[in-house]
Design a protein around this ligand. Structure first.
Ligand code: UFG
Length: 332
């Protein structure tokens, strides 16, 4: 399945977007990346893709769509730090909701046929049960989740009114790096557990804080469904193929493996992979952390031509660690 025109990847210089660019190129698609490089890096964009430094809400995006014959958009650009969204909600409603509204308008008015949106498990808020299915209540507990939920609603309405279909993919905890080390998580000041743990393993930090040991989980620490970024990127390519194959159908899927690991289990995996013992510092709970987030992924497995290949936790850690070492070598 392919397209005569290009796929435009917003945020293609960022962590997940740069991996989606690799997966699209490897699958034979032609790609144009737009990114304003606020958090992304131009060096993270594969050279086979075209690159335009522009914000998604800029009116010039219409020219990019026309000049590059863009037929599909994968939209990764946005702000992603949950606590920051609580401090500065309007930044999230601007960068995520309002900017995406402008992008969808540029798409709909310039003949883009397919739209894939990075949504999040944060739209579920505190789940009433795990694993979480797509039809469970969406009651976000922070502006980040709400900003993404509002975009899901816009897409539903726009797809009903215009000749465009969409796939909303609700990510669980994305981790790891391209197994060929062409990209990885390079974010400065990252807050995500596996990134922090491999930074500790490479000497960038002294220890890892364990945020809460009194959750109702098997060892008292938070449980998450960690998904390898390359499997997630492949899910986007499979989602695009589906949108092309069935142009009047749209869909929303959880992206996870359907199994969870606790914070201590993740740190044990890092110890196994590095053959070291990372120092754990037991700290209090972080505000707003749910005990357990695990995806029911039966819908995506049934609907898309996608088979997860990298669910093994040690492999996810190994790839994240290899990228962290490469960043250190490059002085980044
Ligand atoms: N954690 C620690 N120490 C750390 C960092 C994290 O113990 O230094 C714990 C957290 O408390 C949590 C787990 O590790 O239990 C995972 O935390 P992350 O920060 O890695 O990820 P989150 O689950 O908080 O965030 C993820 C996504 C967000 C999304 C959110 C939905 O990264 O984009 O899930 O709740 F919004």
């Amino acid at each position: 399945m392919t397209l005569s025109g290009k796929v435009m990847v917003t945020g293609g210089a960022g962590y997940i977007g740069s991996h989606a660019v690799l997966a699209l190129l490897d699958a034979g698609y032609r790609v144009v990346v737009i990114d304003n490089l606020v958090t992304g890096f131009e060096w993270a964009v594969d050279r086979r893709a075209d690159f335009v430094n522009i914000a998604v809400e800029d009116a010039g995006v219409r020219d990019v769509i026309r000049d590059h014959d863009v037929q599909a958009i994968m939209h990764f650009a946005g702000s992603v730090v949950v606590p920051e969204s609580v401090q500065n909600p309007l930044k999230y409603y601007r960068n995520n909701t309002a900017a995406t509204r402008a992008l969808i308008e540029s798409a709909a008015e310039n003949g883009v046929k397919h739209f894939i949106f990075s949504s999040t498990a944060a739209t579920y808020g505190n789940p009433t049960k795990v694993p979480i299915t797509e039809n469970d209540p969406q009651l976000p507990i922070n502006p980040y989740g709400m900003s993404k939920l509002m975009t899901e609603a816009m897409l539903r309405d726009v797809a009903a009114a215009h000749p465009i279909n969409y796939g909303a993919l609700r990510y669980f905890n994305v981790a790891g790096a391209d197994p060929q080390q062409r990209s990885g998580q390079s974010t400065v000041g990252a807050t995500h557990l596996i990134k922090i743990a491999v930074e500790a393993a490479t000497g960038k930090r002294a220890a890892v804080g364990v945020f809460g040991t009194d959750f109702a989980t098997r060892d008292g620490t938070g449980v998450r469904d960690y998904i390898h970024v390359s499997d997630l990127a492949d899910a986007h390519v499979a989602a695009l193929a589906k949108l092309i194959e069935a142009p009047s159908d749209s869909f929303t899927f959880n992206c996870g493996y359907g199994r969870g690991f606790s914070v201590l289990e993740v740190l044990d995996a890092v110890d196994r992979v590095t053959n070291m013992t990372i120092e754990r510092r037991i700290e209090g709970r972080r505000a707003g952390d749910p005990a357990e987030l695990v995806a029911d992924n039966s819908a995506i497995l049934a609907a898309l031509d996608w088979t997860p290949k990298r669910a093994e936790l040690d492999g996810i850690v190994r790839d994240a660690l290899a990228w962290e070492r490469k960043l250190a070598e490059l002085g980044k």
